[in-house]
Design a protein around this ligand. Structure first.
Ligand SMILES: [Zn+2]
Ligand SMILES: [Zn+2]
Ligand SMILES: [Zn+2]
Length: 442
């Protein structure tokens, strides 16, 4: 493992790279200690390994509780040492008034905490993973009390109370995603122990599912990392420009002082409110695109992605107003409503403005940039197929060229994260689109 923990005299320890590593390297792989599927995924994935049900895989339900599903007897056996602690009580627990009155996210927390308590009850207390979890810093004290958990059938007295574990759940809880969409929440003690947060992280957690195995988180270097450089991941989506600082304070108990947050706090002191009228939004997005992609023209589509950290500090004051969540939401709504059936010039223009904003907000090679480039490429292809005569008056004169440029960049970015989650997904879409675009149909 090329990652070592360095003690810090005043702040938290930092994980640093021992050697120089290149973009795409898996720095460390960490197994999941306890997890909970989102409601929409329940019964559609194995509760043990998170493999999705498919044509060749029919999940089997636990006959004890009727609430847990498995690939096969092996996955059920692997889950049983912890599951048997609450299996017989689970139906009564979830139909109890105390559980029923919880909000959806509290129910998830309550079941995750139950799973965690069951791990503590089922596993040898000398387990390194449990010890690592128990040693994590608790989150900030909040008004939230510990949710009711399912009674466990165990004679062993737990060395840790539910509320003690609960205080470490909120701030040490990862969103497990497949194709960059959350499907479950999970506890990965070693990852929590090792990696501090940055809104401009140099590493990204991806998840892999393998039958009969625990879910695995792999921390991937998103760019070349020098020996001795700290490795950080982002705890929340950096695009939450207006709300992320509150999330850090309330959920994690710290104030982020990364370069992006520092620049934002200065910008916020003078920035005007985000534009509301369609005309103002269009004018701002044009200026934003011109700033981020200065060499762009409709005939020669030069979109160069930065290879170094983007700097908000050097953003011209006239563009500060673009750094609001509502502006990004407006642009992404405009893009997605036009990207399938048009008007395609609106989709391509607003899509390019979203890309410009992503380049400013996210660090180089962040998957969201690649995913958006894939959407842009698909949109340009749709424009070519459904309205081949977009005409010279429109923003993009050659949609096929545009689709190719975006596809190449999407491949560059998404190749760094590499395979993750379920089979198919963006990697498959890239392949299909590349096939269509190489069909010589120009
Ligand atoms: Zn059961
Ligand atoms: Zn399974
Ligand atoms: Zn930050």
């Amino acid at each position: 493992m090329p990652v070592v923990l360095q003690a810090h005299p005043t702040a938290r320890d930092t994980a640093v790279s021992e050697t120089r590593v290149s973009a795409g390297t898996v720095l460390v792989a960490v197994p999941c200690l306890a997890q909970v599927l989102l409601g929409a995924e329940k019964g559609r994935r194995c509760d043990c390994c998170l493999t999705p049900e498919e044509a060749d895989l029919r999940l089997r339900r636990c006959s004890g509780c009727g609430s847990y599903w498995y690939c096969d007897a092996q996955c059920q056996r692997a889950h049983w040492p912890a599951h048997k602690k609450y299996c017989s009580n689970f139906a009564r627990y979830t139909s109890s008034p105390a559980f029923a009155q919880l909000q959806t996210h509290q129910k998830l927390d309550a079941v995750l905490l139950t799973h965690l308590l069951a791990e503590f009850a089922a596993t040898d207390t000398s387990s390194e993973e449990l010890a690592t979890f128990a040693s994590l810093l608790p989150g900030p004290v909040s008004g939230l009390s510990c949710p009711p958990t399912c009674p466990l059938t165990t004679s062993r007295k737990s060395s840790h109370s539910a509320s003690e574990l609960y205080r470490r759940c909120g701030n040490n809880n990862f969103a497990i995603h497949s194709h960059f969409t959350t499907i479950a929440h999970g506890i990965f003690p070693l990852a929590s122990r090792l990696f501090n947060h940055s809104c401009l992280p140099n590493a990204f957690p991806k998840y892999t599912f393998d039958r009969q195995h625990r879910v695995q988180m792999s921390i991937v270097a998103m760019r070349d990392i020098e020996a001795g450089e700290e490795i950080c991941i982002s705890y929340v989506d950096p695009a939450l420009l207006d709300t992320r600082q509150q999330i850090f304070q309330f959920t994690y108990g710290f104030t982020c002082t990364c370069p992006s947050c520092t620049a934002l706090s200065i910008i916020r002191r003078t920035a005007s409110p985000p534009p509301i009228s369609e005309a103002d939004i269009t004018s701002l997005s044009t200026r934003l695109v011109n700033h981020v992609f200065p060499r762009l023209s409709s005939s020669d589509l030069s979109i160069a992605l930065p290879s170094t950290l983007p700097s908000l500090a050097t953003l011209p004051p006239s563009l500060h107003v673009a750094l609001h969540e509502s502006f990004l939401t407006h642009l992404t709504d405009r893009f997605s409503s036009a990207s399938h059936e048009g008007p395609f010039d609106v989709a391509l223009e607003s899509g390019l403005a979203v890309l410009a904003l992503y380049v400013l907000i996210y660090p180089p090679n962040y998957p969201q940039i690649g995913l958006h480039l894939l959407e842009l490429s698909k949109t340009a292809w749709n424009a070519h197929v459904t309205s081949p005569d977009l005409g010279p008056s429109t923003f993009i004169t050659d949609p096929v060229h545009y689709a190719r440029v975006c596809l190449d960049l999407a491949q560059q970015v998404l190749r760094i994260v590499g395979p993750e989650g379920d089979p198919g997904g963006p990697a498959k879409e890239l392949e299909v689109l590349a096939g269509l675009l190489s069909g010589g149909d120009t």
